[in-house]
Write a protein that binds this ligand. Structure first.
Ligand code: FES
Length: 570
């Protein structure tokens, strides 16, 4: 017997399939559908909009355009809502909700009838959550991002969320901007709807997903407010109907080679460190593991080619005008697996060959003239990070990448907030700021707190960067000499928990090492003195989180959602 199609898929169970279809049709006909319409292929459209989410505020337009595309191809579009997460409107942090959203996406695709699904979203955690959920169901799925916002302008300077948010806030803290100045800048940092306009996590994930072939070519960069974004939505709808007929499922697209291509693009774009966590979680849903040492090797081989903030100068709208992802893929072609199948039904190589090649170019560098040849990110290990840590060296101060200093320790985010600007804080330029208990379980949710503020007294002395280390993440829009994702985290009793004020720490980025300069006997003594772990919360999502969340190198997904890992990349 062939698989049920359209309205006959995923029936509510009354013990009588005929009655289930009859009842379903009776209810949906209340919306005015004809019997003819209800016999067409159904394309579900995931709606991740909400009044809190300006990154997705073009959702109604995109759903309209995608629906038009579906109907042009003879299908019926049915939008449905899932959780909406915007970075600055999620307490304690958006990452804490990513897995909940992925579960929502997975179960609502599984529960409702659809022959294919269009995943619309863009803000940082949304794209991974959408792909994690859809990959776990494995129905034909195509991603459409909401697209980046346009850049703003402040006193003649082009600005945008959120690299400039952090730059201006640091100036304000250092007394270089007045209250009136910072308020004026605040109104220009996000001048249109859409995702952050720099190479933050949203832009990085959009490029990575286009490179992986789960999105139409050209899909990553068109601005949220552009007509082209709506045309992409229409084309996505049309293609979704064909994918339903072809049964082109995520497991055919999201292969190990496709993930390696995506990791290369993240590195070449000088992308967000968060992308590594998210791609690991996405790959995990397909039984694919990501080896950090292998990722470091990719980093050494893959130069940074894209001149966008925070590692470079430009904004996403400039990358769009420079041709978007396709020219990047052309440069990287010798390093990519061009045979990967994509949602177009063609290979990545065929998509690249079909793309325009006549863009004026001052955003994407050729392979022989990169912005950074040393790689965007490096993986560190050592006695402070036995299971790994990450540094985005392309966004760091080169003079601090090899550094030994005295630890100035903050036990938690609350401790950091209470003391960082205390005039009595014992801190000097050359010290290393250490933040503990900000990892997956520590905060909880591994917040983007790794970009510790420069202590006010150092800022007022003109200090612009200082080595900062933590088990937290960092916004892709941030910059500085910052070591992140230290694993195991302090809250799990990792060595980070053992650091005390005044200890010496050595960061050796070239040697890929991060070490606490104490002998093993002292470390063992301190380990024995560590307090007991706090109890798991008694109920609800918090209980699930604490019992199931994995460490950064496993993507911070829930252990019970990850199938057996059978393949490891790169
Ligand atoms: Fe949504 Fe940056 S806050 S993309």
């Amino acid at each position: 017997m062939s698989d049920p199609k359209g309205m006959r898929r995923n029936l509510a169970n009354y013990g009588d399939a005929g009655f289930s279809v009859f009842l379903r049709k009776a209810f949906i006909k209340a919306l005015g559908y004809s019997d003819d319409a209800l016999e067409r292929p159904i394309i579900g459209i995931v709606d991740t909009g909400s009044g809190y989410n300006a990154c997705h505020a073009n959702m109604p337009d995109l759903i309209t355009a995608a629906s038009r595309g579906v109907m042009l191809a003879g299908g019926i579009p049915i939008p449905f809502p899932v959780i909406s997460i915007q970075e600055s409107f999620a307490n304690p942090t958006s990452m804490y909700l990513r897995n909940l959203m992925a579960m929502d996406v997975e179960e609502m695709i599984r529960a409702q009838p659809m022959d294919a699904v269009i995943l619309i979203g863009g803000c940082d955690k949304t794209v991974p959550a959408l792909v994690m959920g859809a990959a776990s169901v494995n129905v034909p799925a195509i991603l459409l991002v909401t697209g980046p916002m346009l850049a703003g302008s402040f006193r003649g300077e082009k600005i945008g969320a959120c690299t400039d948010c952090r730059r201006y806030w640091a100036k304000f803290r250092a007394g270089e901007m007045s209250e009136a100045d910072i308020t004026e800048a605040n109104a220009e940092l996000a001048p249109t709807v859409g995702t952050c306009g720099v190479m933050g996590t949203a832009s990085t994930m959009a490029l990575a997903c286009e490179a992986m072939g789960i999105m139409l070519p050209g899909g990553a960069c068109a601005p949220a407010v552009s007509a082209e974004r709506r045309r992409l939505a229409e084309a996505t709808g049309t293609r979704a109907v064909a994918m339903a007929a072809e049964k082109l499922t995520p497991d055919q697209v999201l292969t190990p080679a496709a993930f390696v291509n995506a990791l290369r693009v993240v590195l070449a774009a000088g992308g967000s460190t968060n992308a590594l966590v998210h791609l690991t979680a996405m790959a995990g849903r397909l039984g694919i593991g990501v080896d950090l040492a292998g990722f470091d090797r990719l980093g050494r081989e893959t130069p940074v080619l894209v001149d966008l903030k925070p590692t470079g100068q430009h904004y996403m709208e400039d990358l769009h005008h420079a041709g978007g992802l396709t020219p990047i893929l052309r440069q990287l072609a010798p390093m990519l697996d061009l045979s990967c199948k994509t949602v177009t039904g063609l290979t990545l190589g065929e998509n690249i060959a079909a793309g325009r090649a006549d863009f004026a170019q001052d955003v994407i560098r050729p392979l022989e003239n990169p912005i950074h040849s040393g790689g965007a990110m490096a993986v560190l290990t050592g006695n402070l990070a036995p299971n790994g840590a990450i540094i985005k060296q392309a966004a760091a101060n080169p003079n601090l990448l090899q550094h030994e200093g005295r630890a100035v320790v903050f036990e938690s985010l609350a401790d950091l907030a209470a003391r960082i600007d205390d005039p009595a804080l014992d801190v000097a330029p050359g010290d290393i700021l250490v933040l503990k208990n900000a990892g997956p379980k520590g905060a909880p949710g591994m917040p983007e707190a790794g970009y510790l503020p420069i202590p006010k007294k150092l800022g007022q002395m003109g200090v612009k960067d200082i080595v900062r280390i933590s088990d937290a993440r960092m916004s892709g829009t941030a910059f500085g000499t910052i070591v992140l994702h230290i694993s195991p985290e302090a809250a799990e009793g990792g060595p980070l928990a053992l650091v005390r004020n005044g200890d010496r720490i050595r960061l050796d980025t070239a040697g890929r090492k991060l070490d606490l300069l104490l002998d093993e006997a002292e470390l063992a003594e301190r380990r024995a003195e560590l307090p007991l772990k706090p109890p798991v919360p008694p109920r609800g999502y918090a209980k699930l989180w604490f019992e199931q969340v994995t460490q950064a190198e496993q993507g911070c997904d829930f252990a019970f959602l990850i199938p057996e890992i059978t393949r490891v990349i790169p």
